[in-house]
Structures are given as structure tokens and as C-alpha cells.
Design a protein around this ligand. Structure first.
Ligand code: HEM
Length: 143
């Protein structure tokens, strides 16, 4: 191929370079290119895993995996409380580390849906305060 960069295939080659036990660097763009049912990569805890072959075997089903394609699936993965058994499967599917590390991945992957996904609109937390204020004002007026 024309790509001159050295690539560690996703097969089970030898150990990777010192320091990084997670193979090559994967960009968010590249992650996004493997988002279909027949070719699925997942990002968990800063590492990218090729779960294509595992989808049929996943006890949680293939749909949940497809739903996490192209995003940071760490939260979804942790929320389930996966066992050590589940975690021990991860190294076998490792493609590499996400470029820029976990922080960048989080920003890039979730900036679009962060506001909706997380605690919703921060302005909403003022509603109870406003109601409380209104109640006190009302009580005060009655006296
Ligand atoms: C490469 C990543 C993943 C691996 C290797 C994996 C592996 C497993 C394994 C082995 C189980 C059986 C229970 C256990 O041992 O903990 C399981 C259950 C489950 N997984 Fe995953 N999983 C992965 C990613 C995900 C993701 C991203 C989700 C997203 C929500 C998910 C959702 C679930 C659910 C809901 C169950 C429970 C199924 C049940 O007990 O009914 N998994 N997974």
C-alpha cells in the first residue's frame, strides 16, 4: 500500500514498544471509519478495540456495541459493571491507543452530545431554587 507509516497489524504480534503497551495510535477519524456492524471498533478508556468478531458472542448483544461506535464507550462499559472476565477479553481485541490520549478523545467524541447526555441543561437546577423563593415570598406576603 502507499502508506509508508509503520503499522502494527491488529493480529497478535509480539509485544509493543516500551512504555506503551497499546500498539499504534488511532485517530478519532479512523475510529469513526469502523462504525458498522461488519467492522466495529470501540473506544474504552483511551484504547481502541476491534469488536467485530466478538459482537455475536457479546452477552449484552450486538446492538449496544453498535450504539457506541465512534464514541467514547468507557462510560457505557463501566456502567454495566463488566466482570474481570470481560476485561480480560479486551487485550485480545486491541488495535491501539487513541491519538491524543483519553482527554482528547473525550472532548472530540462527546462534545457534540455532552450537554444533552450528561446532567441536561444546567439552568434546570435553578428551578427548585426559584420555586423555593416564590414560596417564601408568598408566605411573607400572607403575614
Ligand atoms: C470490548 C468491549 C466489551 C467486552 C469485551 C464486553 C464483554 C462482556 C461480557 C464478557 C459480558 C458478560 C458479563 C460479564 O462478564 O461482565 C458482558 C455483558 C454485558 N455487556 Fe459487554 N462487553 C463490552 C462492551 C460493552 C459495551 C460498550 C456495552 C454498552 C452498553 C456493553 C453492555 C453489556 C451489557 C448490557 C451486558 C449484560 C448482559 C446481561 O447480563 O444481560 N458491553 N459484556
Amino acid at each position: 500500500m502507499s502508506n509508508t507509516e509503520q503499522q502494527n497489524g491488529s493480529g497478535g504480534g509480539g509485544e509493543e514498544k516500551k512504555g506503551e503497551s497499546s500498539g499504534r495510535q488511532v485517530t478519532m477519524e479512523e475510529l469513526g471509519q469502523h462504525g458498522s456492524q461488519g467492522d466495529l471498533w470501540l473506544l474504552v478508556d483511551g484504547k481502541v478495540y476491534d469488536v467485530t468478531k466478538f459482537m455475536d458472542e457479546h452477552p449484552g448483544g450486538d446492538e449496544v456495541l453498535t450504539a457506541e461506535a465512534g464514541k467514547d464507550a468507557t462510560e457505557a462499559f463501566e456502567d454495566v459493571g463488566h466482570s474481570d472476565d470481560a476485561r480480560s477479553l479486551l487485550p485480545g481485541m486491541l488495535v491501539g491507543s487513541i491519538e491524543g490520549g483519553v482527554e482528547k478523545a473525550k472532548k472530540t467524541a462527546s462534545s457534540a452530545n455532552q450537554t444533552i447526555q450528561k446532567n441536561g441543561n444546567p439552568a434546570l437546577m435553578f428551578i427548585p431554587l426559584a420555586l423555593l423563593g416564590a414560596w417564601f415570598a408568598y408566605k411573607h406576603m400572607q403575614q
